[in-house]
Design a protein around this ligand. Structure first.
Ligand code: ADP
Length: 493
């Protein structure tokens, strides 16, 4: 790691135009370790003046200098080098990610491995973005060229900090864009570590800039900036709507990966053990801080009571513990704010439904933002805990009568990110798949996420798709070129 990433006082700088630089106001903010509630680092806080500086660097890098001359092969090599570096530094990155976000180290290692895979995938794709010859008149050659959309503002959340950044950085680099990345203020550290390797990977100055700050004072000016062509955002639906409104002024391209209240549907004929596991894993993985969390568990009436009991029994065995303990299956939630928010939903839930297990703070911890994996049952789909995204370890179990009822309840939500259906009856499972209004549907599983397959939401869960070839499309424009082949083409006057 270069000596300049931090000041003499240990404050992390911002990465602009290929250099570690100080922010304009000299202010910084604390970054916490949610298991101990202690400050683990301080990071310079960017405001609109820093945003402007970063955006101008990205603009310059896009319009002139070495980047526009780089070939797809060059971009591929850069992505492969970043992937190799991430793999080499996986233990360190995973440790920082786990300590800062609260997630168990085993999960953090998986996340960082996936980051490397994303860079490798888009390294491969960088050389496979062809244009087209369009079938027009015999007197012309018509081409469609794929060109980078320009300067992209990338705004990411705290639940999968470096992974969500990589979902955006890698396709944007493959496409030839330049960019300003703003990590979430809760979890800025791994993106800064990555930035320290950009030069070594061959990224010219200004191509990727990393600034940190709060949503209102750093994210919002990035969205407003007239030199930014595109915003790619992952976060809450509320902020997604605010970004869409603000981006309308400059008609930026906007892609959004937002919240969800995803149904996880269990029919009586599904494998019992796998189903109980799948219900728990679907909602409690990453402390439930997952946009695709299967937070509405829909269970066929004839197995409903037994299923709730089995879930509750097994939930009690889920090991909560510090992020660096390899046996931990759940760590603390990310922050005090998030802890308070989840606690407020636990209070609401207790007035709306019954508690099968959990419901509060585990007794064995005297500090840290730990919350018990909580299962509410006899939940009506109109209850707030069934309609609003909680983003914590809170499951709602809802009974259904039959296939039609399951589909109706599953689709009765403003969201449409993900869904899962569990059954051994392939006719029924596929009928349900076709009826679900969601961008991702799993059958007899929940949560596997594949670098090669599209990810994104229907309805209020988002706009656009990430991952796979779809991911790079969102960073491309299409230019139509008409080449006349007739020496006297007009002949009008
Ligand atoms: P969460 O509720 O998961 O914290 P948010 O949607 O609030 O999710 O935040 C996700 C990202 O969006 C963070 O990087 C945050 O700083 C940023 N953000 C929050 N508010 C705004 C805003 N008004 N404009 C742009 N970015 C924002």
């Amino acid at each position: 790691m270069s000596g300049n990433i931090r000041t003499a006082a240990g404050v992390y700088r911002q990465f602009i135009d290929g250099e570690w630089v100080d922010n304009q106001t000299g202010t910084s903010f604390p970054v916490y370790e949610p298991a101990t509630e202690e400050v683990m680092a301080r990071v310079m806080e960017a405001d609109s003046a820093d945003v402007d500086r970063a955006v101008r660097a990205a603009r310059r890098a896009f319009d002139s200098g070495p980047w526009p001359l780089k070939t797809p092969q060059d971009r591929a090599q850069i992505l492969f080098k970043l992937a190799a570096k991430v793999r080499a530094e996986l233990p360190k990155l995973a440790e920082i990610e786990a300590l800062n976000s609260g997630k168990p180290i085993v999960e953090a290692e998986g996340d960082i491995g996936a980051v490397a895979e994303i860079f490798e995938y888009y390294g491969g794709l960088a050389t496979k973005i062809p244009g087209m010859v369009n079938p027009v008149s015999a007197n012309a050659l018509s081409l469609s060229l794929r060109e980078p959309v320009g300067v992209a503002g990338l705004i990411v959340p705290w639940n999968y900090p470096l992974l969500m950044a990589s979902w955006k950085l890698a396709p944007a680099i493959a496409a030839g864009c330049t960019m300003v990345l703003k990590p979430a203020e809760q979890t800025p550290l791994t993106a800064l570590m990555l930035a320290d390797w950009f030069e070594e990977a061959g990224l010219p100055p200004g191509v990727v800039n990393v600034i940190n700050g709060y949503g209102e004072s750093c994210g919002a000016p990035l969205v407003e900036h007239p030199m930014v062509d595109k915003i790619a955002f992952t976060g809450s639906t509320e902020v997604g709507k605010a970004i869409t409104r603000s981006a309308a002024d400059t008609l930026k391209r906007v892609t959004l990966e937002l919240g969800g209240k995803s149904p996880n549907i269990f029919f009586a004929d599904a494998d019992w053990e796998a189903s109980v596991d799948g219900a728990l894993f679907g909602v409690f993985i990453n402390q439930g801080e997952v946009c695709s969390a299967g937070s509405r568990i829909l269970v066929e009436k004839k197995i409903y009571s037994r299923f709730v009991e089995a879930m509750a029994e097994k939930a009690k065995t889920i090991k909560l513990g510090p992020p660096m303990d390899r046996a931990s299956k759940m760590g603390p939630v990310v922050s005090k704010d998030q802890y308070d928010r989840v606690q407020s939903y636990l209070a609401i839930g207790k007035t709306e439904a019954k508690v099968a297990s959990g419901g509060g703070r585990p007794k064995e911890f005297d500090k840290g933002y730990y919350i018990e994996p909580t299962i509410f049952y006899d939940v009506d789909n109109s209850a707030r805990i069934a309609r609003e995204e909680i983003f914590g370890p809170v499951a709602t179990v809802i009974a259904f009568e039959d296939e039609g009822d399951a589909i109706r309840i599953a689709n009765d939500t403003p969201y449409g990110l993900a869904a899962a259906v569990w059954s051994r009856d392939i006719y029924r499972a596929f009928r349900v798949v076709k009826s679900l209004r969601a961008g991702i549907v799993w059958v007899n599983h929940m949560q596997p996420t594949c670098t090669e397959a599209p990810w994104g939401g229907y309805k209020q869960s988002g706009v656009g798709r990430e991952l796979g070839p779809w991911g790079v499309e969102e960073y491309l424009e299409t230019k139509q070129v008409y080449i006349n082949l007739d020496e006297k083409p007009i002949g009008w006057y």
